[in-house]
Design a protein around this ligand. Structure first.
Ligand code: GZL
Length: 339
């Protein structure tokens, strides 16, 4: 009995020892494994950013293409996008930026609908330690510490290009050349600068005269409406239309045709943006030239955000490369246009 008992005690002790050893080895191995798992989990810092993007609106083909370029680039980079369409209203942009601040985003991309009135909210973003990247349009603010950089076109140069085309086009014309101008959104950087660049060039050519100038707010509908008014008041004395974007030019083309004149012939049509609609109008002989304003800079903007957050120094002003296209190039280039 005793032997049996002794045997049982020995078996129990051996089993207990085995269980004890198993427990130690699993916690020891598990611990390291866990640690190594944990440490490997911790060691891979997450580089996914949350980016707030306050966009002007959806007023033109250009804007739609710019929005898509930004959305696609942020998604392709694996970041999270919080998007706001301000419907061309400043108060909506201010609300959106405040919302991004409250959500503690990593960066704010902002295309200001107009140049002024944003200083307070940009100071709030700075105070919250959130970097702001100006996209497409600039702000008229002394303190440039309120944004990291401005990535966009040189609108003054775009105005110069438009006017220089007209100077060449009218070099042999005797007498005055009467120009009507459809301005972009009042107070916006592109409207202010495209007017400035155009007027800087025609100042040296006194026969080139802007006889009427009014905002069409960058939309086709408003461009058509204002052109109808121009034609009604002085339709027989209009030689050229200078539109600050192609959408307003396309609206004006409809008004000119309804008035009974031939756009592109009776009235020369100058636009800006180089959107597909302009190439279609030029291929149809209804528009003469469009100055490119490239909206497809989403990848460039994401690169700038990532570089800044990685501690790299970013230039305060980064220009987008662009060209100009005329009626005779339109048919061949139309299939290649991305926006
Ligand atoms: C220019 C952009 C302008 C476009 C218009 O960079 O801000 O706004 O020229 C758009 O088409 O409405």
């Amino acid at each position: 009995m005793r032997k049996l008992f002794k045997g049982k005690v020995l078996l129990f002790m051996m089993m207990s020892l085995m269980l004890l050893l198993a427990a130690c080895s699993s916690s020891g191995t598990g611990g390291n494994t866990d640690n190594s798992d944990t440490s490997s989990g911790d060691s891979k810092s997450s580089d996914k950013l949350v980016i707030g993007f306050s966009q002007v609106g959806a007023e033109s083909e250009w804007r739609t293409a710019n929005t898509k370029s930004m959305q696609d680039a942020i998604k392709a980079a694996g970041h999270e996008l919080k998007f706001s369409d301000a419907q061309q209203k400043q108060e909506n942009q201010i609300k959106a930026i405040r919302s991004f601040i409250a959500q503690k985003v990593d960066a704010i991309v902002f295309s200001p609908v107009v140049e002024t009135g944003f200083e307070t909210v940009l100071q709030e973003a700075k105070d919250a330690g959130i970097p702001v990247f100006l996209s497409d349009r600039a702000v008229d603010i002394e303190d440039d510490s309120l944004w990291v950089t401005f990535l966009g076109s040189d609108f003054v140069e775009e105005g110069r290009k438009a006017a220089n085309w007209l100077v060449e086009e009218t070099a042999d014309v005797e007498g005055d050349v009467n120009i009507v101008e459809l301005q972009g959104t009042v107070g916006s950087a592109p409207a202010i600068d495209r007017k400035e660049g155009f007027e800087e060039v025609i100042a040296d050519h006194p026969n080139l005269k802007i006889t009427k100038s009014q905002t069409g707010d960058f939309t086709r509908a408003k461009g058509k409406e204002v052109m109808e008014a121009f034609l009604k008041s002085d339709g027989d004395n209009i030689d050229v239309l200078y539109a600050h974007n192609d959408d307003m030019a396309i609206g004006a083309i409809q008004a000119i045709e309804e008035y009974g004149l031939k756009p592109g012939e009776d009235i020369k049509i100058i636009g800006v943006d180089a959107v597909k609609g302009a190439f279609e109008a030029m291929a149809a002989g209804k528009m003469n030239v469009t100055v490119e304003c490239n909206p497809l800079f989403g990848p460039q903007m994401v690169d700038l955000i990532e570089a800044h957050l990685a501690g790299e120094t970013i230039e305060k002003r980064v220009a987008v490369e662009e060209s100009m296209y005329t009626m005779d190039q339109a048919e061949e280039l139309l299939p290649t246009r991305e926006y």
